[in-house]
Design a protein around this ligand. Structure first.
Ligand code: COA
Ligand code: AMP
Length: 641
């Protein structure tokens, strides 16, 4: 049977506006849109102009009104604390209303920004929905980021309120969030008026009333039982800002609107992920990332599905069978995670012995995204789970899959290493650096013809010009994904590498440029370069090279340790920045450009050529020796250009 994908993609291509108009009928509108798309609004056009709606209403009230209030909305399962709780749609509505009432009491109004800096607890998800309910704009900050990163987000978003927890739980340690938040507020130019702090039993923190700290549970209790109606917002109003790594230390605030986001996510849940209302869907990620926003919180609820909120790791909490335990125990139909999680599970349980201990008969498919799914890991997952393993490709900016094999439209044949084909809404092309189309099978820049579909970012927060320059100006008429890849003769997409300085470490998106900015702040560092090197579990990990100032005579190892510590303290432990190598010089072109690409190839044992424009070939040879000494570049041997 041929996949219905072809028919549906054609339908979209023939009349994109009619396609999205029909998809928008699944959403409740207080006022239906006047126009499906207006190319004269916003940076490249806006979706569902004139429409008024509310995302929280569509996630909760609509299902309750339809008589589904007793259906499970969330299953919370913490492998860290052993806690398990379930919440019906009725219960979530009541919790969210109480938080929304508290937000109103604290003076938060439509359009105000609220930072959510929380671990994977249900209250984090309820807080996001409460913001949506009153038209406030949430910005979730991943717990693994340090104070400096949080301060940058406080400044850029000008948040009036921070919702946080006393701690996060990482294997072997309790991460105290409050000192990090206090430090971030000290550093920030724009200070929030209040901090709402959820006290967890693992760590009780002192609250400073004079600084606007409030106890989350007490505040919510005071607002409990009040009716807080959903505030109608324009389809084009922002639902959230999610900061993601850009090519500098300054993160980019990706904006998500209300109307287009709901339409696209609702469509994707049934058609791409193939999950139906009432079924259980589990995205093993974190709400700090876009994957968590879209597929732990919004898409499942919009579609009336039960979503699993999991606190824990794929391994070590307590073992590599934890995913199978959760999937079996909660009757998960479709699981979505990052390939790195499967590489970690495979390392700890290569024969898949732990899989046998659990009943996974309900599981229909595994979706993988966040980084390239290497064929070896993918095949291993297929063998162990005996269900289709579906690689799909997207990014924070798009909010939902650009390319996938849509389970809900019947699968197409797989090609390992390919996330299959572009989804309706995306006209994907491959252009060379001059902007010319390449022949099928040739590597180039993966770009999307404008307009981007509903759900994708309309711009960066307060930075339209940066959005134009970063994403739209290099290839006029197209959005640049900053991924390099190819489309083969059969129309299958292959995503090979980033074209900028972003690396993907354990499924986390990090900017090596941002890390270089921090390294350069160390008083003994004259120059530095950070590259991503291959790692068998995390995909890539950062590796720093520093050149010391002439007058420095201190112990090099000590300085390396300090530089690594600086990055951990300023960006966060999530950067996994542990290797810092002191070198006498950095390899550069005659025009002064650091040859990071060549260094990366040497480290990863890929074929490389001595660049014709190199300033001093001996420097690259020294780098090769240093890399070998540090356990990289085992086979490295270059050739002259
Ligand atoms: N709060 C505080 N610290 C955090 C954190 C959080 N929410 N998340 C991670 N960290 C810390 C970790 O404790 C670790 O610190 P350490 O250097 O002291 O050990 C560091 O940040 C790196 O964490 P992580 O990237 O999780 O690496 P890990 O070695 O602990 O675990 C994996 C490796 C592969 C098991 C893990 O990264 C994983 O599960 N990845 C899946 C990622 C994912 O879901 N990505 C989302 C896209 S789909
Ligand atoms: P993020 O914005 O954190 O979701 O990261 C997006 C980036 O992760 C993309 O631009 C790609 O570089 C990478 N990525 C995500 N999914 C895939 C995939 N399926 N295959 C290859 N790379 C991927």
């Amino acid at each position: 049977m041929q996949s219905r994908y072809f028919e549906v993609y054609d339908e979209w291509q023939r009349d994109p506006q009619a396609f999205w108009k029909a998809a928008a009928e699944a959403i409740h509108w207080f006022k239906p849109p006047d126009r499906v798309f207006d190319e004269d609004q916003g940076v490249y056009g806006r979706w569902f102009i004139g429409g008024e709606t509310n995302t929280c209403f569509n996630c909760l009230d609509r299902h309750v009104a339809a008589g589904h209030g007793s259906r499970q909305a969330f299953i919370y399962d913490s492998a860290m604390s052993g806690e398990k709780r379930t919440f019906t749609y009725d219960q979530v509505l009541s919790e969210v209303s109480a938080i929304a009432g508290t937000l109103i009491d604290l003076g938060i109004q439509k359009g105000d920004r609220v930072i959510v800096y929380m671990p994977m607890v249900p209250e984090a998800v309820f807080s996001m929905l409460a913001c949506a309910r009153i038209g406030a704009v949430h910005s979730v900050v991943f717990g693994g980021f340090a104070a400096q990163e949080l301060a940058a987000r406080l400044n850029d978003s000008e948040a009036k309120l921070v919702i946080t927890a006393s701690c996060g739980l990482e294997p072997g340690r309790v991460v105290a969030y409050k000192p990090l938040l206090d430090q971030a507020i000290e550093l920030a130019d724009v200070k929030p008026r209040h901090c709402l702090v959820l006290q967890r039993e693992q760590l009780w923190v002192d609250l400073r009333a004079e600084r606007g700290d409030l106890d989350f549970a007490e505040a919510i209790e005071r607002a409990r039982g009040r009716t807080v109606e959903c505030v109608p917002v324009a389809a084009t109003d922002p639902l959230y800002i999610l900061y993601t790594s850009g090519t500098t230390g300054q993160p980019k605030g990706v904006i998500r609107d209300n109307g287009g986001h709901m339409v696209a996510l609702h469509w994707s849940m049934e058609n791409i992920f193939g999950v139906k209302p009432g079924e259980v869907f589990w995205t093993a990620s974190d709400i700090g990332w876009v994957v968590g926003h879209s597929y732990i919180v919004y898409a499942p609820l919009l579609a009336g599905i039960t979503s699993v909120i999991y606190e824990g790791k794929p391994v070590g909490t307590p073992d590599a069978g934890t995913f199978w335990r959760v999937a079996g125990e909660h009757d998960v139909k479709v699981l979505f995670t990052a390939p790195t999680a499967f590489r970690a599970i495979r390392r700890d349980d290569p024969e898949g012995e732990l899989v046998q201990n659990y009943d996974l008969l309900s599981l229909r498919a595994l979706f993988l995204a966040g980084e390239r799914a290497d064929p070896e890991t993918l095949k291993w997952a297929e063998q162990q789970l005996k269900v289709p393993v579906i690689d799909h490709w997207w990014q924070t900016e798009t909010g939902w899959p650009i390319a996938a094999n849509p389970l809900g439209l019947d699968l197409m044949p797989f090609k390992h290493g390919s996330p299959t084909r572009p989804m309706p809404g995306y006209r994907l092309e491959v252009l060379d650096d001059m902007g010319h189309p390449v022949t099928p099978g040739m590597l180039g820049n993966l770009v999307i013809k404008l307009p981007l579909p509903p759900g994708c970012l309309p711009s960066f927060w307060n930075a339209d010009q940066r959005f134009r320059e970063t994403c739209l100006s290099e290839f006029p008429g197209y959005y640049k994904t900053a991924d390099a890849g190819l489309i083969d003769e059969d129309g299958y997409v292959f995503v090979m590498a980033r074209t900028d300085d972003i690396i993907n470490c354990a499924g986390h998106r990090l900017s090596t440029g941002g890390m270089e900015e921090v390294c350069a702040r160390h008083p003994d560092v004259a120059e530095c370069a950070v590259i991503g090197v291959n790692d068998s579990i995390k995909g890539q990990i950062p590796c720093g090279f520093i050149v010391l100032k002439n007058n420095v005579s201190r112990d090099e190892k000590g300085i390396s340790r300090e530089v690594a510590e600086l990055v951990r303290n300023e960006i966060g432990p999530v950067a996994a920045f542990k290797t810092v190598i002191v070198v006498p010089k950095l390899p550069k072109t005659r025009s002064g450009k650091i040859l990071r690409g060549t260094m990366q190839k040497i480290a990863d044992d890929q074929p490389w050529k001595m660049p014709a424009t190199i300033e001093d070939a001996a420097v690259l040879e020294t780098i090769t020796i240093v890399l070998k000494h540090n356990g990289y570049a085992k086979e490295a041997r270059g050739s002259s250009s």
